[in-house]
Ligand binder design. Structure first.
Ligand SMILES: Cc1cc2nc3c(=O)[nH]c(=O)nc-3n(C[C@H](O)[C@H](O)[C@H](O)COP(=O)(O)OP(=O)(O)OC[C@H]3O[C@@H](n4cnc5c(N)ncnc54)[C@H](O)[C@@H]3O)c2cc1C
Length: 326
């Protein structure tokens, strides 16, 4: 059985979700016999040292890597779609996984439509059994339930998987992938990109090691400013729950949770957060979770390592005072 993993590159580097999908597949398949493929699409200028280094990071886990190289300077969704469709046609994998990045979300469903197969978007877990093949698991109804979705009759069985929720392999692989270069021209050119401008993100929340999360108890911009200051003196980033984004206090890029960013922080400090499943799914991987809430019955206290029953502002002031900030 063949399993294909699409390895997305940005700035000549394979982005981390690729390795996360490899790690999960190795764990999921256990001792079963299967062949693991990586699929990459690049433009011809991308094949440089940085790319080679990045490729070395995955080669030891894969049996074969297919690199589709295009002449065009900028790749569009169609380049990725054609590359992945050609891979599926030639190799006939039973399972095909992609990161649920904006790119994976945009062209994964087009590949699925081409092969008249199903795809589950935004999975947070996958499993495998002999009866169903790939079991695609994702939150449904606002994270109230976890739906297990199977597509046992059509192939490949496809999922896009959220970045940051799975772990890369914990052991060094012992394979040495064969690399197959496929130089291609786009067959169906609907769009030509003339230039591309990168919009710098104001934060990389998913990479921060310490995150202070402001919840709905924070109603004023001055209060949020205090939390921003607190995050800064603690050497971390501030984030918010969804009500603050909806209320216009903070941009979406700061939202944590099922429809926001999944954190990989070591320490998370929650201030005035009730503990909804939607928020919690964004902080599950944190090693230490501390919460301040003035309601001793708040659900969040059942899910944290350290719980403090108090007004969030009292605790923020104590820390800022200790740090000489007020
Ligand atoms: C499809 C869907 C997707 C969603 N996605 C997300 C998501 O990605 N992220 C997200 O966060 N939410 C998301 N939500 C919203 C989610 O359901 C909750 O409404 C939200 O998480 C609640 O945010 P909160 O805990 O900050 O606010 P609340 O539930 O209002 O809790 C505020 C808490 O602050 C405490 N408090 C009040 N005053 C003080 C004080 N002075 N000091 C200390 N504590 C105080 C209260 O006791 C309370 O527990 C989503 C909802 C849906 C339906």
């Amino acid at each position: 059985m063949k399993i294909g993993i699409f390895l997305e590159t940005i700035a000549n580097t394979i982005i981390p979700v690729g390795l996360e999908l490899i790690g999960k597949t190795i764990e999921m398949m256990g001792d079963r016999s299967y062949t693991l493929h990586g699929i990459i699409a690049i433009n011809k200028n991308q094949n440089n040292t940085l790319f080679d280094k990045s490729l070395k990071g995955v080669e030891s886990y894969l049996d074969e890597v297919f690199i589709f190289e295009y002449e065009d300077e900028y790749l569009t969704t169609d380049h990725y779609r054609e590359a992945l469709c050609e891979y599926v046609e030639n190799e006939n994998p039973k399972i095909l996984l992609l990161g649920a990045t904006p790119l994976g979300r945009s062209f994964g469903p087009r590949v699925a439509a081409h092969f008249k197969t199903g795809i589950t978007a935004d999975c947070t877990e996958i499993k495998y059994d002999e009866k169903h093949g790939l079991i695609q698991i994702r939150p449904a109804y606002g994270e109230e339930i976890l739906a297990e979705i199977v597509t046992p009759k059509t192939f490949p069985q496809m999922s896009t998987i959220r970045p940051g929720v799975m772990d890369p392999p914990n052991l060094k692989g012992n394979k040495k992938a064969e690399v197959t270069m496929c130089k291609r021209e786009l067959l169906e050119k609907k769009l030509t990109i003339l230039n591309r401008h990168e919009i710098k993100q104001d934060t990389k929340l998913d990479e921060a090691k310490i995150v202070v999360i402001a919840g709905n108890a924070i109603k004023e911009i001055e209060e949020l400013d205090m939390i921003k200051k607190l995050a800064k003196v603690l050497g971390g980033e501030y984030a918010v729950t969804r009500p603050l984004v909806e209320g216009g206090l903070a941009p979406y890029s700061r939202q944590v949770g099922v429809s926001g960013t999944i954190l990989s922080a070591s320490v998370v400090l929650l201030l005035g957060v009730s503990g909804s499943n939607q928020t919690l799914s964004g902080i599950r991987k944190a090693k230490k979770i501390i919460s301040v809430n003035n309601d001793p019955e708040a659900a969040i206290f059942k899910k944290v390592d350290i719980g403090i029953v108090d007004d969030w502002m009292n605790i923020a002031k104590i820390i800022l005072e200790k740090k000489g900030e007020i």
